[in-house]
Design a protein around this ligand. Structure first.
Ligand SMILES: [Zn+2]
Length: 342
């Protein structure tokens, strides 16, 4: 019994390690019309942005579809509101609360560790999260209150001692870069001694704290609608809350699946729930994953070039409709592919 409990908790840890640690919230004011399913427009976009920032990632497309409704319900449940999937005054008020940070508890975290990292007191964290005890569990979302003394966000996290160098691309912002690397704007600012992280210029070199891999420039493996984004969702088949480590791109069965970058095939075959899958190794701990295919066109050991057709898409494994599940892993942990695709 102890062993199976241990195994179950290991699985949970693996799933949760994939979650981005920290999400930052802007402090802008929100308009507050009542929103419900099937509505569209810029206030729906605002809602979707806020849900994403609160750790319920949804596509920001201005359409209040079933995935958005699901995210609203999870948010309402978490915040102790009436769970009806309708965004009224109360839900807006909670969404607008704008904690300075939401931290997803990871292995090794304790209130003591978090209080030190973010420079706030244990008491303040307990208060703002209505915690009755100091017990926190992996995957739990904690609001990190703003520091009592008004100060620059830049000193929330200590400077990292190691990292990789990233050259800022045109159109990059600090928050996009932070999301790409599962880090935070304050961490970036601290590691690079940036006085204003909102003023980056293309070509500027930044140290990404704690990051050791170089992700190659990727292309889309298929073109299609994102039917399920990266992040927490209620699993379409198992109906339980799970972390989705990839993006689902809806495409008809038989669509050509292309290698997102050059590399070496390290898996090609049946991969249980992932169906007929392929994994390509790009070196430095970076792999890309392609799932639910109908036909595999490469085998383990093959070297593939970027854009080479490696499979025909399908609907195999645990899947509710034809799509490609595309993932990127760095040292075994998933990152959000959307920030790496053109
Ligand atoms: Zn998927």
């Amino acid at each position: 019994m102890a062993r199976s409990a241990l195994r179950a908790s290991t699985v949970v840890v693996c799933l949760l390690l994939a979650a981005a640690a920290t999400v930052f919230l802007p402090l802008a004011a929100v308009a507050a019309p009542v929103l419900k399913e099937d509505m569209t427009g810029s206030s729906v976009e605002e809602l979707q942005r806020r849900l994403t920032e609160w750790g319920h990632p949804v596509e920001v497309d201005g359409r209040f579809g079933p995935l958005t409704k699901e995210a609203v319900k999870m948010f309402q449940k978490e915040r102790g509101l009436v769970v009806d999937g309708i965004v009224g005054a109360q839900t807006w008020r909670e969404l607008a609360k704008s904690p300075s940070l939401v931290h997803v508890v990871q292995r090794g975290d304790s209130l003591y560790v978090l209080a030190r990292r973010y420079g706030v007191s244990i008491k303040d964290i307990m208060e703002v999260n209505n915690l009755a005890s100091d017990v926190i569990v992996i995957g739990q979302k904690l609001i990190i209150p703003k520091k009592p003394a008004a100060g620059d966000d830049g000193d929330l996290q200590p400077a990292a001692s190691s990292g990789t160098v990233y050259q800022v691309r045109p159109g990059d912002s600090a928050s996009v870069i932070a999301k790409r690397f599962n880090t935070s704007v304050p961490a970036l600012a601290a590691a690079n001694r940036l006085s204003d992280p909102n003023r980056l210029r293309a070509g500027q070199e930044l140290i990404i704290p704690g990051w050791q891999a170089t992700i190659p420039r990727l292309i889309w493996p298929v073109k299609g609608r994102i039917s399920s984004p990266y992040g927490w969702r209620t699993h379409p088949v198992y109906k339980v809350r799970q972390f989705h480590g990839g993006i689902d791109i809806a495409v008809p069965v038989g669509t050509s699946v292309k290698a997102a970058a050059a590399g070496k095939v390290i898996e090609s075959g049946w991969m249980d729930g992932f169906g007929y899958g392929i994994v390509i190794d790009h070196g430095e701990g970076v792999t890309t994953w392609y799932g639910h295919n109908s036909k595999l066109l490469v085998k383990v050991g093959d070297r593939v070039r970027q854009g080479q057709i490696i499979a025909r898409s399908g609907n195999t494994g645990v899947s509710t409709g034809p799509h490609l599940d595309f993932r990127i892993k760095v040292n075994g942990e998933t990152i959000n592919p959307i920030y790496w695709l053109p």
